[in-house]
Design a protein around this ligand. Structure first.
Ligand SMILES: NC(=O)c1ccc[n+]([C@@H]2O[C@H](COP(=O)([O-])OP(=O)(O)OC[C@H]3O[C@@H](n4cnc5c(N)ncnc54)[C@H](O)[C@@H]3O)[C@@H](O)[C@H]2O)c1
Length: 460
């Protein structure tokens, strides 16, 4: 029988992907399209049925490509974890959420590892792709495989490789996004690098799995901290009577030494709000407090409340209260052009507005309904009538599919946390994330901003 290295080289290796979600499904498809036989392992039988039927449930995965990969026999999915024994290479792509007490919840990785343990046989390469704290691959996975009597580097190889998928990014996908890889030993790094080279143009090895784990956390902590900074700058600008977007647009003309981040209603998704917490948790065990992470989390988590304050003040200025007002929220996905509502700040905005007695509806071209505790809220169509009827329209997600000019023309009052509404088209009142409100003229273009005194400052 040929070695694993040979089978990777000639692509006859069998690849198992545990977890067929946002990360696992595109990864499985990429390898299937390159002629590798891929088996997707999923606990959710509905996802298995969908894959087998060639139906895509991830917006970035075209159904036609998925169906073609299944029809060609290169891709299949199953709930039968014992079939992991057939696989030469296994990637674990299961969720790594936070527990109720905001500590890492590694129960999914634990369950996936148990499935791998039960099917482990000599000659397998196992890679963790779920984002986690530095040290997990070596401290949590390695001992469990060694305890079964398997020797690292002889019977199996083990590596960590962070997933960098950016949903809805049309420029960077699996092939042209460099992949960082760190094995728990050198042989594992080499084996994993060879495997990733099948589908990824640039593979960047690092010295250890722990280093690879830290790379991912640096990347997402960098985003969280910079979004936290720019969100705080929005609060500062409001105190100063300035529109933060004007300041950012001007700062971004600097061709060096400045990287643009934009403020908004908070942070969301499965990565940016959670990943830094994995790092700060690990550091707490080492008696080190990750101050930047904590501060960014404080600022970012406070943004939905700030936005709701802004809505409250904007309505007050028109002699209305949130209680009883019809409020139309535009966008519940955590970011533009995706349908993912996990950790979305829009949900917190809706919750807070409902707590204050607002009659809240929402529109989102990618989301049919959301659950707020026990209550299901269903999306409404975005029509000129719905815009005109609302006492306040709140922009929480700047989907490109939204008819922004219509929003500007028909809404009586818009609180725009994303800077999406074209100012020149505004007929009613536009309240930006920070700074003065803009008064439009009914039937005519918007007038110059009111004096800073009318900024409607908000106490954070
Ligand atoms: N979504 C992103 O943009 C993104 C980007 C980079 C990294 N990540 C990381 O990748 C990991 C996966 O995230 P995701 O967004 O793909 O999550 P997801 O929820 O979309 O998919 C995970 C899948 O794993 C399945 N699953 C759970 N337990 C399982 C088990 N024991 N065996 C087999 N399948 C199981 C779930 O049913 C689900 O379909 C997380 O650690 C996340 O932080 C996500």
């Amino acid at each position: 029988m040929s070695s694993l290295a040979d089978r990777i080289r000639d692509r006859t290796c069998r690849y198992g992907v545990l977890g067929m979600g946002y990360v696992g499904l595109p990864l499985a498809l990429a390898y299937a399209q390159r002629g590798v036989h891929v088996v997707g392992f999923e606990t959710d039988a509905e996802k298995v049925r969908a894959v087998q039927a060639g139906e895509s449930y991830i917006p970035d995965v075209p159904a036609a490509a998925l169906a073609a990969a299944v029809a060609s026999g290169h891709l299949e999915a199953t709930t039968d974890m014992s079939r992991l024994a057939e696989c030469d290479v296994i990637s674990i792509c299961v969720p790594t959420p936070l527990s109720k007490s905001r500590d890492p919840d590694v129960s999914f990785v634990d369950a996936a590892t148990r499935s791998v343990e039960a099917a482990l046989r000599p000659g397998q390469l196992i890679m963790l792709e779920s984002t986690t704290y530095p040290g997990m691959t070596e401290e949590f996975l390695l001992p469990r495989f060694e305890r079964l009597g398997f020797a690292l580097g002889r019977d199996f190889w083990l590596a960590f490789s962070p997933e960098r998928v950016d949903p809805a990014n049309r420029t960077y996908g699996i092939e042209n996004t460099p992949k960082v890889v760190g094995g728990v030993d050198e042989a594992s790094t080499r084996m994993a690098v060879e495997f990733y080279r099948i589908a990824v143009q640039t593979v960047h090895p690092v010295s250890s799995a722990r280093a690879a784990e830290m790379v991912k956390l640096l990347e997402n902590t960098f985003r969280s901290v910079n979004i936290g900074l720019v969100n705080e700058v929005a609060l500062m600008c409001d105190r100063l009577g300035l529109d933060v977007r004007e300041i950012i647009a001007a700062a971004a003309t600097k061709p060096f030494g400045y990287m643009r981040f934009d403020p908004g209603p908070g942070i969301g998704g499965h990565c940016i709000p959670l990943d830094p917490i994995y790092l700060s948790w690990k550091l707490r065990t080492l008696e080190y407090r990750a101050r930047f992470i904590e501060l960014a989390e404080d600022v970012n988590l406070a943004m939905p409340r700030y936005l709701v304050e802004r809505v409250t003040q904007a309505l007050n200025r028109l002699g209305r209260s949130v209680k009883g007002s019809e409020i139309l929220v535009l966008g519940v996905a955590y970011k533009r052009d995706v349908g993912d509502t996990r950790e979305s700040p829009a949900l917190e905005v809706i919750r807070l507005l409902r707590d204050r007695g607002g009659v809240v509806t929402f529109a989102d071209p990618y989301v049919d309904s959301v659950w707020l505790g026990e209550v299901e809220l269903r999306a409404r169509p975005l029509t000129p009538e719905a815009l005109a009827r609302a006492d306040c329209v709140v922009v929480t997600t700047d989907h490109t599919a939204f008819p922004w000019a219509q929003v500007a023309r028909h809404a009586r009052l818009v609180v725009d946390s994303r800077g999406a509404v074209p100012r020149a088209e505004v007929r009613g009142t536009l309240v930006p994330l920070s700074g003065p409100a803009l008064e439009g003229r009914p039937g005519g273009p918007a007038e110059a901003p009111a004096a800073p005194a009318a900024a409607g400052r908000i106490q954070p």
